[in-house]
Design a protein around this ligand. Structure first.
Ligand SMILES: [Fe+2]
Ligand SMILES: [Fe+2]
Length: 191
């Protein structure tokens, strides 16, 4: 009985620590990139799916959290502000690559979307060299030339990990916001 209680309190402590760590990561992301998080275009990525049922918006926030957690766990000294902002904008291509577009076909999305994301992000934000490097090289080795700063190495690693978890359904998303709204309206109209 005592063993069971001990195990329970150990688990409780573990969950409390995880919760606090998650809350702190979210606070740091908000502090470094409030403007990005509130922007119209970044929020429009809630309408674009990335992997599985995960939207591009959720994916980018996850990659930012994972990058920050990775840099802290491994004690890698880097610019946290640039790491967060670069991670949030790394997939800023602003279209749904699953949808057929006859005017601008998303051919070879894997190869070309970092360039598109960089172009879109540069048009809206005054990007630093590190942030540019993060966006441009996050698909390495597809983009051939390897990253040249620690921040870009961290984000490319975090992106691969998150993408894998999303593709195999370990990290589950909530789907497109628009689809949810449509579904709710349909259900309301049926009543
Ligand atoms: Fe990407
Ligand atoms: Fe990504």
């Amino acid at each position: 009985m005592i063993g069971k209680e001990k195990r329970h309190s150990r688990n409780m402590e573990k969950w409390r620590k995880r919760y606090e760590e998650e809350r702190e990561l979210r606070r740091e992301i908000r502090e470094a990139a409030e403007d990005i998080l509130r922007s119209e275009n970044f929020n429009a990525t809630k309408e674009h799916l990335q992997h599985g049922n995960m939207t591009v918006n959720d994916h980018c926030i996850r990659v930012a959290k994972c990058s920050l957690a990775l840099s802290k766990r491994l004690g890698i000294r880097c610019s946290q502000r640039e790491l967060i902002r670069g991670a949030l904008l790394h997939d800023y291509f602003l279209y749904d690559w699953h949808e057929v577009d006859r005017v601008n076909p998303h051919r070879l999305h894997g190869f070309f979307h970092p360039g598109r994301a960089l172009k879109n992000a540069s048009a809206e934000y005054d990007l630093t060299l590190r942030e540019r490097e993060i966006i441009k090289k996050h698909m390495w080795p597809l983009t051939v030339v390897p990253p040249t700063c620690r921040e870009a190495w961290i984000v490319t690693t975090a992106d691969k990990w998150c993408s894998l978890m999303e593709t195999f359904g370990v990290h589950k998303g909530h789907g497109k916001v628009l689809e949810k709204v449509k579904y709710i309206r349909l259900k309301e109209s049926e009543q």
